[in-house]
Design a protein. Structure first.
Length: 152
């Protein structure tokens, strides 16, 4: 493969990672703060709804699709920066989601939103979920920057 094609692939993956990071950033920046202004039952209801609709979204396709794409591009190019970038995305974005945010979402889904336990869990959930989300946001943007640098 030629250098121009690698540069185009890197730029495309950098753009895709930035889009994923933008979604995460919206939650860290204003969505979770907006939920905090709502009553607990409404906030839980909204988050449960979001967690259901994400399964039929373009976002999920991009988010999950980045995993095999980063691996394949690293293997095709054989470049060190491509392997590092794949590792950053997989560890800081994908695995943080799978091991951090998703289990919290699943526990929230199992809770009865109007119960006292759910209200108490929401307080912990909102803080910890957002912290993990900051990690995903940062990981997405680091991935994007690394791909942009690799394209040069």
């Amino acid at each position: 493969m030629n250098t121009e094609l690698f540069a185009l692939l890197y730029l495309s993956l950098g753009f895709l990672s930035a889009m994923v990071g933008g979604v995460f950033l919206s939650f860290s920046d204003f969505v979770m703060r907006g939920f905090a202004q709502a009553d607990r039952v409404s906030a839980i209801d909204c988050m449960q709804g979001l967690n259901k609709t994400v399964f039929k979204s373009i976002f999920l396709f991009c988010f999950i699709g980045m995993v095999p794409l980063t691996i394949v591009i690293a293997m095709i190019t054989g470049e060190f920066i491509a392997y590092i970038t794949a590792a950053v995305y997989i560890l800081l974005v994908f695995l943080t989601t799978v091991m951090g945010n998703v289990p919290m979402n699943e526990k929230l889904e199992r809770s009865e939103k109007s119960s006292q336990d759910a209200g108490q869990y929401w307080e912990t959930y909102a803080v910890n979920w957002t912290r993990w989300n900051h990690v995903r946001t940062l990981g997405s943007f680091i991935t994007s920057v690394l791909y942009l640098v690799a394209s040069l």
